[in-house]
Design a protein around this ligand. Structure first.
Ligand code: SDX
Length: 426
């Protein structure tokens, strides 16, 4: 692409600089357009790059996803979630000594202050885990707000470590609250995913009985969810962080955004959809609903704003899903037969092929988590747990160089100026 493009407005031509990417699309820098008295218009940001970043790269047509240049397939096969957390925070893979220290630093920060834990007393047992998690993470600011200098890289790293360490504990506490059970303390002898599962399903003081296969599968799910460029929740974290808000508040905003069924809430919505369909005999009825423009129903777990051939995470997730199903001996689960039928139709029917609607990561993660015995309301909380390093890495990246508060403009279509009408004249 040339180094400039031209735009002509009312006969006046302006050169706009083109900024070159190291991979993917170059961008046209439109920042000077306001001086020409015009905005760009892009609801949903389909054609808009909101920032520059060195963290994650996605090629939606080629199905490529890399964290700091490393392909997601290789990280899923060879790495572990805390190593990926280190990579996202430091842009380089750790040495063995660095990883050992990082794991120890995270483990030391996993316990939640008992007085703070009383925040969960404010929730009913039927509270959704995401509502509890969102509130609890925002509440962490009450513990770490004082003296936090967001422009100090050491303070930013400490905030990142606290959030990566506390999110499994708070997520497990949300689950335990939802089943009316007492909290299980983190066990410093356990790995990250195993510790989370033990805090959910174990007992304080009893040796972990977590299946290594399930802990490994969950750790891989966390890796696959760790970051994904400027998705809705990460963009929310950046926008909230651009006001210089406390990182715990900015991350809580990201958790709130993730909850929506169009985004991270899709994994829970996939299971709700499969339960609603219920039986192979009703799959056709629901596929027709998904294709009906008049019907708001969408096939949850299908489609993606960026991936238009396949979601590389879904490919890895599908293999992991089959391994968990085999381990759990649930291949014959009726819901899974419905899922397989939906997947087959979406790969064969013109409506889905024409719109490039393929299964995304949420389709398989929902099924895998069900096979692992994870309660459906916890699925999006697990997505938040996995995405934590990505969110905080983007927040820190933004703070590490000059930035401006995010403040989009609009195309105004409301009433033009008019005078107030006294009541007796209305
Ligand atoms: C995640 O951005 C990220 O990176 C997100 C994520 C991450 O890691 O952070 O990857 C995680 O959020 C994955 C997506 C999870 N959401 C779902 O599975 C919900 C179901 N999917 C849809 O809501 C939708 O596909 C989106 C939200 C994912 C993408 O929406 P877009 O890009 O705005 O696409 P669109 O709504 O404009 O759809 C284009 C066409 C439309 O039909 P036409 O008007 O062209 O005739 O495809 C149709 C849509 O009606 N369509 C669907 C559909 N998704 C899109 N039709 C039926 N079922 C669907 N799921």
């Amino acid at each position: 692409m040339k180094h400039t493009v031209q735009i002509t407005i009312d006969g006046k031509t302006t050169d706009l600089p083109v900024l070159e990417a190291t991979a993917g699309l170059d961008v046209v820098d439109v920042r000077s357009l306001i001086s020409q008295g015009v905005y760009t218009y892009d609801p949903g940001f389909l054609s808009t790059a909101a920032c520059d970043s060195t963290i994650t790269y996605i090629d939606g047509d080629a199905g490529i996803l890399t964290y700091c240049g490393y392909p997601i397939e290789q990280l899923a096969d060879h790495s572990e979630h805390l190593e990926v957390c280190y990579l996202l925070l430091h842009s380089e893979l750790p040495t063995a000594a660095q990883l050992h220290q990082f794991k120890s630093d995270i483990t030391d920060r996993m316990p939640v202050d008992p007085q703070f834990a009383q925040i969960f007393n404010g929730f009913t047992q039927t509270s959704h885990p995401m509502s509890m998690l969102c509130a609890a993470v925002a509440g962490l600011a009450s513990l770490f707000h004082e003296g936090l200098d967001i422009y100090n890289p050491d303070h930013r790293l400490e905030s990142a470590m606290q959030l990566i360490a506390k999110i499994p504990t708070l997520a497990a506490m949300s689950y335990r609250k939802s089943i009316g059970a007492t909290f299980v303390d983190p066990d410093p002898a356990l790995g990250y995913a195993e510790n989370f599962l033990n805090m959910c399903f174990g007992e304080t003081g009893r040796a972990s009985q977590v299946s290594p296969t399930l802990a490994h599968a969950l750790d891989k799910i966390f890796i696959l969810h760790a970051d994904h460029e400027q998705n809705a929740s990460t963009s929310t974290v950046r926008l909230a962080g651009s006001t210089e808000a406390n990182p715990y508040a900015a991350i809580a905003a990201g958790i709130a955004a993730l909850w929506g069924p169009s985004h991270g809430g899709a994994n829970e919505a996939v299971l709700d959809m499969l339960n609603e369909i219920g039986d192979l005999s009703r799959v056709g009825e629901y596929v027709d609903k998904a294709k009906d423009k008049e019907d708001p129903f969408k096939l949850m777990g299908f489609g993606h704003r960026v991936y238009k051939n396949f979601d590389p995470r879904a490919t890895v997730m599908q293999a992991s899903c089959q391994a968990v199903l085999a381990e759990q001996g649930v291949e014959e689960e009726p819901l899974l037969k419905v899922a397989s039928a939906l997947e087959k139709i979406a790969r064969e029917e013109a409506y889905f092929i024409d719109r490039k609607l393929y299964p995304n990561i949420d389709f398989y993660s929902g099924i895998t988590l069900k096979a692992m015995g994870i309660p459906t309301p916890m699925y999006t909380a697990l997505f938040a747990l996995g995405r934590m390093p990505g969110w905080i890495a983007h927040w820190s990246e933004m703070l590490s160089s000059p930035f401006k508060i995010g403040r989009p403009r609009q195309l105004y279509l409301g009433p033009v100026k008019r005078d107030y009408v006294p009541m007796d004249q209305r």
